[in-house]
Each structure stands twice: as structure tokens, then as C-alpha cells.
Design a binder for this molecule. Structure first.
Ligand SMILES: [Fe+2]
Ligand SMILES: [Fe+2]
Length: 387
């Protein structure tokens, strides 16, 4: 009797120990999952580049759900279709081109009804469209598919396909995946808003530049050409995307200060006299005065203020020389001078391109930065710019 009681107690203790161990293991794995989710959310939200956000979203889905492939389908509002932007994983490249109508396939169903799905055996689900699998030679076994929503509007669908280690997705996975999808939707929307803001900003800058061109009939198209030449130059200089964008905006706005120059000088059909030229020389400073009120434009002021400086210090308005002149201003200076030489003025004919390029070469190291001139010539020789 005593022995059997003892055995039963021992058995109970052992069971308790096992339960405890199991609960502990479960909570450990939960903590791990939430830590990963927090990490992935930070990674997702640390960029505003649309393509990068999409790529990170798929990487996050694959990593968090421990599955074969993570997929992101975005909704094309115009055609009412879902499209695979990119799909990571072995055969991801082929999935890239697939488009599904809203309502078509599992992802289409999720987009239509705005409800998540957990499917443990895809082959038995009548909603499954074989289109993506066929194109990618990929076999979908089980999947999680959740809508990405911004203010109740579906903007896409996030999928986790084929759980690894011979497991199948469960409800806990689905709950975790829904949390990731919220973060992904926010990151995608932030990147979209940022891009829209950038575009509006660029369009506003272009509209401002157009306003000047309308007042100055002799330099029609000058700004656009200076922007094109500047962008051709930066192709041959070692620069990242942000720096190039900053140079583009600087080039668009470089002559904005001409807004403050009187019509009789700006529109004068003959060459300016000394006093008039002194007046015209104020436009870089006027440009700075107009634009420095806009905090976001702080970075484009140097291009505006210094684009008439010369390497030998004989330029204006500050007479800066050598490396004191910011690179952006050196680039715009070459683009600006080339355009001035190659366009007709009421008092002189345009120079031939070859002649203007010779002039740039001759002015290299004196008026113009040698490296910038070299980059301009390379872009001309490669056919990036042509007359
Ligand atoms: Fe200028
Ligand atoms: Fe200019």
C-alpha cells in the first residue's frame, strides 16, 4: 500500500515536471518569437525606400514564420489586380511577374474579403490558383495569408508558404503573422507617403523654376538642360542616390534668385552693361534668401549660392576658391557654362558643342573643377548628352 502511494506521488511529480518543462519551452519560444517580431519591425521601419521595405517584408515573413517562402502581393488599384512585387526564396524570381485578379486564388480571396486564412493543405482548397505555382515550379503545401490594411482598406496581401521542419502552420502562427502584417502595412504606407512627398517637392521646385523661365524668354529651357547636364556628370562621379537627388534639386533651383532681378535687366535683348551685370550677380544671394526659409531646402542652398564661383577665386558672390567651393556648385557651374555657350543669345550665336567642350577643357583647373569637366566629357563621349 505504502509503496504504491509512494509510486503514485513520484509519478505525479514527474508529470508536473514534464508539464512545467513544456510550459517553459512554450514560453521561451513565445519570447523568442516576440523578440524576433520586435527586431523585424525595427528593421522594416528603418527605411523609407519602397523597394527596400518590400524586400524586408518578405525576408521578415520568411524568418518569423520559419517557412520556405515569404511573399508580398500588392494591390494595383487601377486594374484591381494583385501583383507579386518580388518573392524571395529559391524560385522567387519567377513569381515576380504573376498577377491575380482580386477574388482569384487564395491571395485574391483574402484581398476581396479582407480576412486572413490559415490553410494546412492547399491542395484540398478549391480557392487555390495554380498560376503562381506553375510559373515558379513551386509546390505550395500549407500557407498563411493575411491582408495588409491601412485604415480598413486592403493594400495588399502577405503570405508565408510551407512551414519548415515538417511542421504545419497553426493558429498561434497566424496570430503572430497578423502582427507582422500590421507592421508591414505601416512601413509600406510610410514609404509611399514619403515618395509622394518627394514627388510633390520636386514638382513644386520645377514649377518655381518654370516661373523664372517664363520671365526670361532668352534662356528658354535653360534649367531643364542644366539639370540634364548635371545628372549626366554625376553618373561619372562616385555618389550615392541621396547625393544625386540633392544635386538634381539644386540644379532645378539654381537660378531661382532671378525672380528678384528687374525685368529690364533680365529681359534685356542686348548685352548687360557693368551696373546691370552687378545687379544680375546678386541672383545667387537672392536665391539663398528666398529658399533659406524652407528648412527642408537647407541642403540645396550651397548649389544655389555658389554656382558662379570659380576655382581660381575670381567668381561671385563670395570669391571662394578651390576646395572651398562645394562639389554640387562645381557641377552646376560646368553644366551652366556649357549651356550658356551652346545657346543663342540676342547678341551672339551659340558655339558648336565641340568648341564649347574645348573651352571647358581649357578652363579646367582655373574656372572649372578638373574632375567635373572630365566627367562631363565622358558623358558626352558616351552619348548620354547630345545636341
Ligand atoms: Fe546663375
Ligand atoms: Fe543658370
Amino acid at each position: 500500500m505504502k509503496v504504491s502511494l509512494k509510486n503514485e506521488n513520484l509519478f505525479r511529480i514527474q508529470r508536473l515536471e514534464k508539464d512545467l518543462e513544456c510550459t517553459l519551452r512554450k514560453s521561451e519560444s513565445k519570447i523568442k518569437q516576440f523578440t524576433t517580431l520586435a527586431e523585424l519591425s525595427t528593421i522594416l521601419n528603418s527605411t523609407l525606400d519602397q523597394e527596400e521595405v518590400r524586400k524586408r517584408a518578405m525576408e521578415a515573413a520568411t524568418r518569423l514564420m520559419n517557412c520556405e517562402v515569404g511573399s508580398l502581393l500588392l494591390l494595383d488599384d487601377e486594374t484591381n489586380e494583385l501583383y507579386f512585387e518580388v518573392a524571395l526564396g529559391e524560385k522567387g524570381e519567377k513569381v515576380k511577374e504573376v498577377r491575380l485578379k482580386v477574388g482569384e486564388g487564395i491571395a485574391g480571396w483574402v484581398a476581396e474579403y479582407g480576412e486572413p486564412l490559415l490553410i494546412t493543405d492547399v491542395s484540398k482548397d478549391p480557392r487555390h490558383s495554380r498560376k503562381a505555382d506553375e510559373r515558379s515550379e513551386f509546390k505550395t503545401r500549407d500557407m498563411l495569408c493575411v491582408p495588409l490594411k491601412i485604415k480598413d482598406k486592403v493594400i495588399g496581401v502577405l503570405e508565408a508558404i510551407n512551414k519548415l521542419e515538417r511542421e504545419v502552420f497553426n493558429n498561434e502562427d497566424l496570430e503572430l503573422f497578423k502582427m507582422l502584417a500590421n507592421q508591414v502595412a505601416i512601413a509600406i504606407d510610410n514609404a509611399r507617403l514619403y515618395k509622394e512627398l518627394q514627388e510633390t517637392f520636386l514638382q513644386t521646385a520645377e514649377a518655381l523654376a518654370d516661373a523664372i523661365e517664363k520671365r526670361d524668354p532668352y534662356t528658354g529651357g535653360h534649367t531643364k538642360r542644366v539639370v540634364n547636364y548635371s545628372m549626366s556628370i554625376v553618373k561619372y562621379l562616385d555618389m550615392n542616390h541621396e547625393e544625386k537627388e540633392r544635386i538634381k534639386i539644386s540644379a532645378i533651383l539654381h537660378d531661382i534668385g532671378k525672380i528678384g532681378i528687374k525685368d529690364k535687366i533680365l529681359r534685356k535683348p542686348s548685352e548687360l552693361d557693368k551696373d546691370e551685370f552687378e545687379e544680375m550677380k546678386k541672383h545667387p544671394i537672392l536665391g539663398q534668401e528666398i529658399m533659406e526659409k524652407v528648412t527642408q531646402l537647407k541642403d540645396v542652398i550651397p548649389g544655389m549660392r555658389y554656382h558662379h564661383e570659380r576655382l581660381d577665386g575670381k567668381g561671385y558672390p563670395d570669391g571662394l576658391s578651390g576646395n572651398k567651393i562645394p562639389l554640387v556648385a562645381k557641377i552646376i557651374a560646368v553644366a551652366d557654362a556649357f549651356d550658356a555657350m551652346t545657346t543663342d543669345r540676342p547678341y551672339r550665336r551659340a558655339l558648336k558643342w565641340e568648341t564649347a567642350i574645348d573651352n571647358l577643357r581649357r578652363g579646367s583647373g582655373e574656372q572649372f573643377d578638373g574632375e567635373v569637366v572630365k566627367a562631363f566629357i565622358r558623358s558626352y563621349q558616351s552619348g548620354d548628352i547630345s545636341d
